[in-house]
Design a binder for this molecule. Structure first.
Ligand code: GDP
Ligand code: MG
Length: 162
């Protein structure tokens, strides 16, 4: 059975865009409005000869109610069945209170976490990515899920913790 990698983070940070980038297809639903991925969805993925299962999740809301609570619960459940976690943060926004809540949840889980500083579309944004060292998950990997920048190095880091 291939190892499971869960992709978590608050809505609109680019989780589904990253999933599509990694699998090389447009199967995960990308939406400009937050909270569109209602269900967690699994995809077969491969990097450098290693097969793994990628699990996309919806947003993880702090004051989760109704649909938000459902999405939040699914994100946590995805982490519970995962061997490793990719935490996606929007580097152009920085860490929000919601991101901090996700971080807190992940600390309790004690699963290996690879931190993605997403939306780093060019070198000018790398300083913003470096700010995310403060989250305490080691090196923030600067990535542009939209353009593919940095995803290879980040995936190498994922394989190292599997
Ligand atoms: P999710 O809610 O975390 O799954 O986020 P989505 O993948 O649906 O993306 C939300 C929005 O962010 C969409 O408009 C994406 O096109 C945009 N987005 C995702 N990744 C990037 C990126 O690397 N750079 C930029 N500029 N936009 C991105
Ligand atoms: Mg999504």
């Amino acid at each position: 059975i291939p190892p499971v990698v869960a992709i978590v983070g608050r809505p609109n940070v680019g989780k589904s865009t990253l999933v599509n980038r990694i699998i090389g297809r447009r199967e995960a639903v990308v939406e400009d409005l937050p909270g569109v991925t209602r269900d967690r969805v699994s995809y077969d993925a491969e990097w450098s000869g290693t097969d793994f299962t990628l699990v996309d999740t919806g947003g993880w809301e702090v004051d989760a109610k109704g649909i938000d609570k459902m999405v939040a619960d699914q994100a946590e459940r995805a982490v519970d069945v995962a061997d490793a976690v990719i935490l996606v943060v929007d580097a152009t926004v920085g860490a929000t209170a919601t991101d901090e809540a996700v971080v807190k949840m992940l600390r309790r889980k004690k699963k290996p976490v690879v931190l993605v500083a997403n939306k780093v579309d060019g070198p000018a944004l790398e300083a913003d990515a470096a700010m995310l060292w403060s989250l305490g998950f080691g090196q923030p990997w600067p990535v542009s899920s939209l353009h593919g920048r940095g995803t290879g190095d980040m995936l190498d880091a994922v394989l190292e913790v599997l």
